[in-house]
Design a binder for this molecule. Structure first.
Ligand code: NAP
Length: 523
């Protein structure tokens, strides 16, 4: 499809105020793979202020220059759309600093503050500070407290801002999430807190709102009268890589469903907000989370299927089972796959099942939402068609191959009235002139601009945990709830199919290409 679009060059770019971004966990994976490369892309696109600096903190021994060299390599390896230009890097990296500090020690914060003041003075950043928590989740409360006690949470002067970005997971369960929110609320106003879920930074996720609320054709059909059921699938082909010890304490429900997939559900199911401002949108998705029909512990066995990958062969290569992975206990019952059937008890969605599934070591890496519309009331072409009933389907592809696909019936050319379903599809890659920003670029920029629309509020975090908690409790309390094995490289346990076939549907088996059919992907 050839498409022409304005690339927005005529629009004035919004540039944030001068500021210092203070990264806790600067020697870690997130900083290296996501944060610094995204900042460099923004800088290359001239979207960062001239007076901008990064101050990284962690314990690893490095001087400024070693850190800059490490970040340069990371930028070259992880860059997305911008060409790497040495002269731009030189300019950008002159504002990157690294300090050795242990966030468990209170004296570290005094040291940090002294160094930040020096940078602020040199770079004239006006006292605006963005604190980024790229640290292990169990240290968040301690850092927030120390930050607060040392005064790093305060706004420096009446015109400046201090914001804090928290990385997921936001707590380990409902109780710890409430505790984390309470502690964060003690030292920061909710307005200062930006809880990041990188799924919401993806163009295709934001496009859910545009598809629904900027088109007259979809919204009238977007309800129980016309929609039969909705699927949300997020599959990964990789296993747990080197994160065995970390993942074994987490599992797919906490890692994917509680945050990313429920956030997608919020966008799919929300009522139209009256205005496009952060709180209107977040109020509406909160109402969705609050309307989720609670899953009581006794029902978990029927409505939630958990699985764990077992050893198998993929493309002729032996692949280890989850329990054989390093860092995983040999009798682990942690789920690497989960499928759920859920309902939203409100006027719009009464009776419409939503099926969510996610897993590791599945045949391909895909995240997509499939809206299955109801069949026509009368099957006029039944005798002419291979398809018993005519359903329409809208696929919203989040990754990879971001885009939209509408599946509908046509008459096959010829003398007879033969009917077949075909696809009309749009890929973001069709917009050749417009490079897609990564989610972290979008979200970092939004935070610096003070736009919290795509960040998660404390009440939404708690509402999602409240929904998930009975499932976690049932799994913990009832050893009779099976963890089904599934061979690595398949679409999860067979009983996950039963969850949906019980209603005479089947999962769509997505391939890397959005327009591929229901066929299983090649392994
Ligand atoms: N990596 C990703 O792709 C990704 C994606 C989404 C979300 N996240 C979230 O982002 C956060 C960070 O993840 P990550 O993968 O970057 O973790 P990581 O690689 O383990 O990095 C953790 C960082 O914390 C620092 N640290 C640990 N203890 C410290 C201490 N006592 N004092 C000072 N610094 C200390 C470490 O540095 P030193 O050991 O040098 O002190 C390191 O820089 C986590 O909450 C994770 O869930 C990560």
């Amino acid at each position: 499809m050839d498409l022409e679009f304005s690339n927005g060059k005529s629009e004035e770019k919004k540039i944030p105020d001068p500021c210092v971004m203070i990264i806790f966990g600067a020697s870690g994976d997130l900083t290296e793979r996501m944060l610094i490369p995204s900042l460099f892309e923004l800088y290359s696109d001239k979207l960062l202020p001239e007076n901008f600096a990064v101050a990284g903190f962690s314990r690893k021994e490095m001087d400024h220059e070693t850190f800059r060299e490490k970040m340069k390599k990371a930028v070259i390896e992880n860059k997305t759309h911008c060409e790497f230009k040495e002269e731009i890097w030189e300019k950008f990296s002159s504002g990157i600093y690294y300090f050795i500090a242990d966030y468990k020690r209170t004296e570290s914060y005094k040291y940090l503050l002294t160094e930040i003041l020096k940078i602020e003075n040199e770079k004239q950043t006006g006292g605006n500070r963005l604190l980024y928590m790229a640290v292990p989740p169990d240290s968040l409360n301690e850092i927030i407290t120390n930050t607060g006690k040392s005064g790093l949470n305060k706004e420096v002067n009446s015109g400046s801002w201090t914001r804090i970005i928290l990385e997921k997971p936001f707590g380990y369960d409902l109780e710890s999430a409430v505790k984390l929110n309470k502690n964060a609320g003690k030292y920061f106003r909710e307005k200062q807190i930006y809880r990041i879920d990188h799924y919401l930074g993806k163009e295709s996720v934001q496009n859910i709102l545009v598809t629904r609320f900027a088109n007259g054709i979809f919204e009238p059909l977007w309800n129980r009268n016309y929609i039969n059921h909705i699927e949300i699938t997020s599959s990964e082909s990789i296993g747990i890589e080197n994160r065995g010890g970390y993942y074994d304490n987490l599992g797919a429900l906490r890692d994917m469903v509680q945050n990313h997939l429920l956030q997608l559900l919020g966008y799919i199911a929300m009522e139209p907000p009256s205005t496009f401002d952060p709180n209107s949108i977040r109020d509406e998705s909160l109402k969705v989370f609050q309307s989720l029909r609670p899953i009581n512990e006794a029902e978990v066995i029927n409505t939630v299927i958990r699985g764990q990958y077992t050893g198998s062969k993929i493309k002729g290569e032996n692949v280890a089972g989850y329990r054989e992975e390093r860092g995983v206990v040999p009798d682990s019952r942690t789920e690497t796959f989960v499928a759920l059937k859920i309902f939203i008890d409100n006027w719009r969605w009464g009776g419409v099942p939503f099926y969510i599934r996610t897993g590791k070591r599945l045949p391909t890496r895909v995240t997509e939402i499939v809206i299955h519309f109801k069949s026509t009331p009368h099957h006029l072409f039944k005798s002419k068609s291979d398809i018993a009933e005519s359903y329409n389907m809208l696929v919203i592809r989040i990754q990879p191959d971001e885009g939209l696909l509408l599946n509908f019936a046509i008459k096959i050319p010829g003398s007879d009235f033969k009917v077949q379903n075909v696809n009309m599809d749009f890929h973001y890659t069709d917009l050749k002139e417009l490079a897609l920003s990564t989610a972290y670029e979008k979200l970092l920029l939004d935070c610096m601009l003070g736009d919290s629309t795509l960040f998660i509020r404390a009440d939404a975090v708690e509402a999602c945990w409240k929904f998930i908690q009975p499932v976690l409790n049932a799994w913990k309390d009832d050893p009779s709830i099976i963890v089904y094995g599934y061979p690595a490289g398949t679409w999860g346990p067979e009983c996950a199919d039963d969850l949906i076939t019980g209603h005479n549907f089947i999962w769509r088996y997505p391939c890397k290409n959005i327009a591929d059919s229901h066929d299983y992907c090649e392994l």
